[in-house]
Design a protein around this ligand. Sequence first.
Ligand SMILES: CC(C)(COP(=O)(O)OP(=O)(O)OC[C@H]1O[C@@H](n2cnc3c(N)ncnc32)[C@H](O)[C@@H]1OP(=O)(O)O)[C@@H](O)C(=O)NCCC(=O)NCCS
Length: 156
Amino acid sequence: MSCPAVYGRDMASISPITVDDRPAWDALWQAYLEFYESEVPADVTEATFGRIVADEHIHGVLARDDEGRPIGFVHWLTHPATWTSKVYCYLEDLFVDPGARGEGVGKALIEHVKDWAQVYGATKVYWLTAHDNVTARGLYDKIATSTGFVHYEIEL
Ligand SMILES: CC(C)(COP(=O)(O)OP(=O)(O)OC[C@H]1O[C@@H](n2cnc3c(N)ncnc32)[C@H](O)[C@@H]1OP(=O)(O)O)[C@@H](O)C(=O)NCCC(=O)NCCS
């Protein structure tokens, strides 16, 4: 299913990630990992792509330019929570190709997840970001509420 254009680029669209998108998704995924100065083993990337395409537990869409070329992605999932009888929606990954930034693509991808989550019956969409990710926060501060929570974890 393709959505109508929702941002500045003429005839751009947001649509599900399919098996045929693997090379383009890979390029965006690797650029995203580089942004985070991180690496993910090849078998994890393989499994992640498979789970996104399966669209069962992990969901994802690509933003495409007017020629159908992928220029960004967002991945998300839902989970039960003790503070709601419904579910929360966690937006895990968001990336826009550097050449396509500042034109509303990131905002449109977040809005896509928000719309999806609303239809699904989630009570909120939430995500994490680095406190010094000034660019991303420039967007987030316009469209969402900063909770002030601090993120802890224990690697196992
Ligand atoms: C964060 C990111 C997804 C934003 O994508 P984008 O397509 O450029 O975002 P948008 O064009 O939708 O931005 C919308 C708003 O954010 C603000 N914004 C965008 N780029 C900005 C920048 N470089 N500095 C400050 N604010 C910025 C703009 O004010 C814009 O609002 P406006 O349209 O009302 O002027 C993109 O920069 C990115 O992929 N960054 C690297 C990966 C990353 O940080 N991912 C998020 C991890 S939590």
